[in-house]
Design a protein around this ligand. Structure first.
Ligand code: HEM
Length: 268
């Protein structure tokens, strides 16, 4: 059966090896009890806590789907979506503009591959110029990271501010390896703080992030979260609980997979 994981929009997802390890432990301890859906929601919560974000309670008891829906992955938002497309897409799943801003605060942790923002750095939107909403110095940092001239300091240093414009050299890394840390100022920068303050300075890595400033209501929430990180943590906890309750299978629907990479149903 074709799988969501194999489709183009999901090609750079990672961490499934960790999911397999956790699932094996669970199956050894109590076979057929904890679904992969619950495992993912709990793992996401623990990751948020480890990244310096808030703890939030999550319900368990989800079942896994006994089908795979690869075509649905093409409905995922794009990193190049503009403000109104993003707001419309999130509204179609029941999220307000405020909740959209809150959810995107998850872009405080993890990695972004250069291919998702590289075209902002050079000729953007059919012009000869970089994206004008991007801070020029930050664009220089991103260019140097993607050209591999700052790869070392970007992954290790806590303050990778661009030095005097290093000359771009041809990258020796593959597309799969060229990436920027979301918390490029170091993990001490606080979950949410750097993200929202960064947006106000034109330092959103993805176009879709920076576009939060293109609408009055979303820009207002960006400003509020930039100045009150506790408010962001409170709202983020709530919206993650909401996100993890959407279209959940329970009771007799679905199954508990024994291997998160395969459906267990005898139908298949
Ligand atoms: C408009 C909606 C969104 C778009 C277009 C988007 C796009 C992206 C892209 C392009 C990346 C980089 C992936 C890579 O380089 O491998 C990314 C990473 C990430 N996104 Fe989003 N995202 C969106 C919403 C969200 C939401 C709602 C969450 C969670 C609540 C989230 C959490 C993350 C995390 C944690 C990463 C880092 C992944 C890693 O380190 O491998 N994103 N996102």
């Amino acid at each position: 059966m074709g799988s969501e994981k194999d489709t183009l929009p999901n090609q750079s997802l990672r961490g499934f090896d960790h999911i397999d390890v956790i699932k094996t432990e669970l199956e050894n301890a109590c076979p057929g009890v904890v679904s992969c859906a619950d495992l993912l929601v709990l793992a996401a919560r623990e990751s948020v806590v480890l990244a310096g974000g808030p703890f939030y309670p999550v319900h368990t008891g989800r079942k896994d789907s006994d089908h795979s829906y690869p075509e649905i992955s093409y409905e995922l938002p794009s990193p190049l979506d503009d403000h109104s497309t993003t707001v419309t897409r999130f509204a179609s799943r029941g999220f307000s503009q405020k909740e959209t801003v809150t959810l995107l605060g998850a872009h405080s942790t993890g990695m972004i591959h250069c291919k998702f923002f590289e075209r902002r750095l050079y000729k953007f939107g059919g012009t000869d110029q970089p994206d004008p909403s991007l801070d020029p110095e930050f664009a220089e940092l991103l260019r140097s990271v993607c050209n591999n001239t700052q790869a070392e300091s970007q992954s290790e240093s806590s303050s990778p501010s661009p030095s005097a414009s290093p000359a771009p050299s041809p990258s020796t890394k593959s597309d799969q390896e060229r990436s920027m840390k979301m918390d490029y100022e170091g993990t001490g920068s606080g979950f949410g703080t750097l993200y929202y303050r960064g947006l106000l300075q034109g330092k959103g890595i993805l176009f879709v992030d920076q576009q939060l400033l293109a609408g009055e209501e979303t820009a207002n929430w960006v400003r509020q979260y930039a100045s009150d990180v506790s408010m962001f943590h409170r709202d983020f906890a709530q919206v993650m609980m909401k996100l993890s309750s959407i279209q959940v299978l329970t009771g007799q629907s679905g199954e508990v997979r024994t291997n998160c990479r395969e459906v267990s149903s005898s139908l298949w």
